[in-house]
Design a protein around this ligand. Structure first.
Ligand SMILES: [Zn+2]
Length: 86
């Protein structure tokens, strides 16, 4: 049976707060906004502020760190995307 890379039943997943970057191969690639780390991870650690009325992210800092390897990068903003063609 295929499990598509998922952990087998019974494997313990780490609590999210215990997931720390390794930093062994981390880099500083700040400058060009990105959504994907060179290591392949799409998950970032960054500081954010939530809107008290809606719960949406109201503000975030643009320096972010890859949750897997610790590479620091620049977060994208909506202005980085030209959505006029959609
Ligand atoms: Zn990474």
């Amino acid at each position: 049976m295929l499990n598509h890379g998922r952990k087998k039943r019974g494997d313990k997943a780490k609590p999210i707060l215990e997931l720390k970057p390794g930093y062994k191969d981390s880099m500083d690639i700040r400058g060009m906004p990105t959504t994907v780390c060179p290591c392949g991870s799409f998950v970032w650690n960054l500081k954010a502020v939530f809107d008290n009325d809606t719960g949406n992210i109201a503000m975030y800092f643009m320096d972010m760190e890859c949750a897997k390897c610790g590479t620091v990068a620049t977060a994208p903003t909506p202005e980085d995307y030209d959505v006029s063609d959609l």
